[in-house]
Design a protein around this ligand. Sequence first.
Ligand SMILES: [Zn+2]
Length: 131
Amino acid sequence: MAKKSVFPAILKAKCPRCHKGQLFESKPYNLRKFTRMHEQCSHCDVQFAREPRFFEGAMYISYVISVALFLTNAFVIYTFWGRQPVWVFMTSIIVAVILLYPLTFRYSRILYLYAFGNLKYDESVVTDQKN
Ligand SMILES: [Zn+2]
């Protein structure tokens, strides 16, 4: 059987071990709850916070995503509208950061968990739970 790809699981915010359980309790743009994560997987019971204060490291991923957003924003403005005053760049970046904050927050945690959580996809966990 082919190895299951992690990219759909990352995009759908699924558990890195079973690719079945959800990491977050609600949709990204539910502004009251978008930061809330499940403590453990509903399917395979693995703990998502690998150690105390584990997700503080996701700040570094968030920083990288934000810098990529700034550069993309500046590139798009410069490409389509040429040289603009600084306030145009600043306003568009601030609006983009605010609008995309729930996604930046979530994907920084998801990517951090997949990269440093030491959790590999385990097909036996998936099949054990089905039987
Ligand atoms: Zn799981």
